[in-house]
Design a protein around this ligand. Structure first.
Ligand SMILES: Cc1ncc(COP(=O)(O)O)c(C=O)c1O
Length: 426
């Protein structure tokens, strides 16, 4: 039977009959698994039989999480990682090596920009950071070394919404996979695979786990990208000497990417997810729909309040008619436009800091997708050493505040923001 989203969010990947009859998913806190005999071990290592070897590679609790996110996103398989960054790093390593290039949207999470343009540059992998507002920018930088396009479906921090279908179309013209980070939207608000993404990435630290308690990352494989005989990807079409000479495109077919990600990259890099964190994330995902509805509702109410406030210059919430992404938001996120965006206070860095320091209910935190409302103020904190003109280059003003609207009563959130705005005018 084909279940709908809300049923899958509670049940996918686990059946109580499968093991101990435990109704909830058990936490398997074990590092390793007994082999029945040496032949059993040989068959597992040779991928002739499915089964558990070692928790760096797979774990029954994490397996449920992987199956659940794959079911919610419409993918053929998934792999959990230790954090969003861990999952991104492993994904890039599964596609590119020294001399290769990846094209990424530039208005994305700053930590990802750093990972791409500093750490991967040290490994000889070049990231071109482009303005994703014009999909043709991806075409402009494409050459024979290009191994992937990367976007955030609803980008951190400004909630930019690139035209995913247009970018996917260009990617596929060149036989290049599109990677979409869907952290801020979650599959409840949008399923990138339905719009052409080949690989979907999450920081499950955020809305998927939902309470700001468990670090984690997830990669979902659509199974739709053609690896077989694709000249850009010899690593899928030639024997992998590090893994029994396997040719992934032949041995694994549609699941070539996700199998190599586990058997080769996760095995070597080791950024696996703790079974406990997988369990916490599964618990969060059971209420994903309910929470995302409320996050989106609260996000909208707060954005509408901010837009009318005399101390606020602009609000980047894409569900407002004034947003340049309003049409994209209606096309790709009709169920809700999330709750992470920025607003600019009219004033100086000091006033922005005063605003944050005057908040009573809302916390200053460098995270998002928590049940609690969180703000961060880049100019007064993480970017306090950066001069105003350099800040402007990266789209941050002295009074820019990023907000992640939580699940509290919207009236209380608005009242707290309102009183803090009053204080910062004085
Ligand atoms: C959109 C997005 N992707 C990835 C990450 C990295 O995730 P993690 O902090 O779990 O490594 C973040 C972190 O804020 C993010 O906002």
């Amino acid at each position: 039977m084909e279940y709908k989203f809300d049923t899958l969010a509670v049940h996918a990947g686990y059946s109580p009959e499968s093991d101990t009859n435990a109704r909830a998913v058990p936490i398997y806190m074990t590092s390793a698994y007994s082999f029945n005999n040496t032949e059993h071990a040989r068959r597992l290592f040779a991928l002739e039989e499915e089964g558990n070897i070692y928790t760096r590679l797979q774990n029954p609790t994490t397996d449920v999480l992987e199956k659940r996110i794959a079911a919610l996103d419409g993918g053929i398989g998934a792999l959990a990682g230790s954090s969003g960054h861990g999952s991104m790093t492993m994904t890039f390593l599964n596609l590119a090596s020294a001399g290769d290039e990846i094209i990424a949207a530039k208005a994305i999470y700053g930590g990802a920009v750093n990972l791409m343009t500093k750490t991967f540059a040290q490994m000889g992998i070049k990231f071109h950071m482009v303005d994703a507002h014009d999909p043709e920018n991806f075409r402009r930088y494409t050459n024979e070394h290009t191994k992937a396009y990367f976007i955030e479906t609803m980008a951190n921090p400004l909630a930019d919404i690139p035209d995913i279908e247009a970018i996917a179309q260009i990617a596929h013209e060149f036989g290049i996979p599109l990677i979409a980070d869907n952290t801020e939207a979650t599959p409840y608000l949008m399923k990138p695979i339905e719009h052409g993404a080949d690989i979907v990435i999450y920081s499950s630290t955020k809305f998927l786990s939902g309470s700001g308690t468990a670090m984690g990352g997830l990669v979902v494989d659509s199974g739709k990208f053609r690896w077989k005989d694709n000249p850009r990807f010899p690593q899928y079409n030639e024997p992998d000497e590090s893994y029994h000479g396997i040719v992934y495109a032949d041995a694994c077919g549609d699941a070539a990417f996700i199998t190599k990600l586990r058997t080769h990259i996760l095995r070597d890099i080791g950024a696996c997810q703790s079974p406990f964190n997988s369990w916490v994330t599964l618990l969060g995902m059971e209420t994903l729909s309910l929470r995302m509805q409320r996050h989106s509702e609260n996000g909208r109410k707060v954005a509408e309040f901010l837009e009318k406030h005399p101390m606020v210059e602009s609000v980047s919430y894409p569900g407002l008619k004034s947003s340049r992404y309003y049409d994209m938001a209606m096309k790709y996120f009709p169920k809700g436009q999330g709750s992470v965006y920025c607003f600019d206070i009219k004033g100086t860095r000091e006033q922005a800091a005063k605003f944050c320091d005057s908040l009573e209910l809302v916390s200053i935190v460098t995270n998002l997708g928590d049940s609690r409302t969180l703000v961060s103020c880049p100019a007064a904190t993480t970017h306090s050493q950066v001069p105003d003109d350099e800040l402007a280059d990266i789209g941050i003003k002295p009074g820019t505040i990023r907000i992640s609207v939580g699940l509290e009563d919207a009236d209380d959130i608005i009242a707290d923001i309102g009183q803090a705005l009053e204080k910062c005018t004085k």
